[in-house]
Design a protein around this ligand. Structure first.
Ligand code: NAP
Length: 308
């Protein structure tokens, strides 16, 4: 199968930037539509990437973008907002656009825990998206279901790092919620390898990192990597829910009740790592991008070392 031209939807996001770079490294030409071009300016610097400003929620736009492509990759996802639209209706529209444009290969990003009877709407609508794409038997579809993804620019560990910088005490909601963080470079490589691998047609892959952690352990690790000695306390269920409710009503929605619900089931997998190559551990990667770098940032670390 020819794989010269790939349309990456959601390419402006965190995973999108790493996957696009991986595809470019492999000699592919990538089209990355973005609702606001400046959100994707980091992609413009890559040699074989076309960033186009477009609203992919309009059916004719999707079909026009899909024409002439050898594959489509859907990375669009949200943590709050109109889940039904982004996670269920859009994948259906993408299937329609692929058919209309004659594109056979589709890679779709779901999430670990996606299930019709999951506790959160995020996970239930992700399951609908999986159904929509895997139900298209005339297409060659592969679905990926990562646990929380980490790497430079991630919104998960970096957020805790910011909190550790600003706050003396970190109150962690759902402290025993379980995660299996997976490195963004490993996710991008797995997807890029799968693209040309016919064995992956019709398959769903759970993607978890080499080790499981509770949320509290992850926050403690972030404090360690950022050299901040902080008191990390786990909130009991009612206070966790209250914190989610309060944050949901603040700008930026750092957490929502739906996020709280998604943490009621372990975000872990026993599945073997697919598509070859070793996975990178959190300990091997995260300190490099979380550790304080500027002299101001290093000051607390120096004080800590000097026991002052
Ligand atoms: N990061 C993780 O830990 C993680 C874990 C499991 C699964 N996933 C899944 O992996 C995918 C990528 O995640 P990410 O971390 O890279 O997310 P991200 O950084 O928030 O990027 C999301 C992308 O989706 C686009 N998007 C969102 N809503 C859209 C809409 N209504 N119409 C068009 N585009 C829209 C965004 O475009 P704009 O730039 O225009 O906003 C952005 O390019 C998502 O499907 C997510 O659910 C992520």
């Amino acid at each position: 199968m020819k794989l010269d031209n790939v349309l990456v939807l959601g390419g402006s996001g965190f995973i999108g930037r790493h996957l696009t770079a991986e595809l470019v490294r492999r000699g592919m030409r990538v089209t990355a539509p973005a609702r606001r071009r400046e959100r994707a300016k980091h992609l413009i610097l890559l040699p074989t990437v076309d960033v186009v400003e477009a609203d992919i929620n309009q059916h004719d736009v999707l079909e026009r973008l899909a024409r002439g492509q050898d594959a489509v990759i859907n990375l669009v996802g949200i943590l709050h907002g109109d889940f039904e639209r982004a996670h269920a209706e859009l994948p259906l529209a993408i299937v329609g656009a692929c058919r209309a444009a004659g594109v056979k290969r589709l890679l779709h990003m779901s999430a670990l825990g996606a299930s019709p009877d999951a506790p959160s709407e995020y996970q239930r609508t992700k399951a609908k998206g999986e159904q929509a794409v895997l139900g298209a038997e005339d297409l060659h579809v592969t679905v990926f279901r990562p646990s929380v993804v980490f790497g430079p620019e991630d919104k998960f560990l970096n957020r805790f790092a910011t909190m550790a910088r600003l706050l003396p005490v970190l109150a962690v909601p759902c402290p025993s919620a379980r995660f299996q963080p997976v490195y963004v470079g490993d996710v991008a490589r797995a997807m890029a390898v799968a693209l040309a691998d016919t064995e992956t047609y019709g398959q769903r892959y759970d993607l978890g990192g080499p080790q499981e952690y509770t949320l509290k352990q992850l926050v403690e690790l972030v404090c360690l990597f950022t050299h901040r000695r902080r008191l990390v306390i786990g909130l009991p269920p009612r206070l966790s829910y209250l914190q989610a409710w309060m944050l949901e009503h603040l700008p930026g929605k750092l957490m929502t009740r739906d996020n709280y619900r998604s943490m009621q089931v372990p975000n872990t997998t026993n599945a073997e790592w697919p598509l070859g190559a070793e996975r990178h551990s959190l300990e091997a990667i995260a300190p490099a991008y979380l550790a304080p770098s500027g002299p101001r940032e290093r000051y607390p670390q120096l004080r800590w070392r000097a026991r002052r």
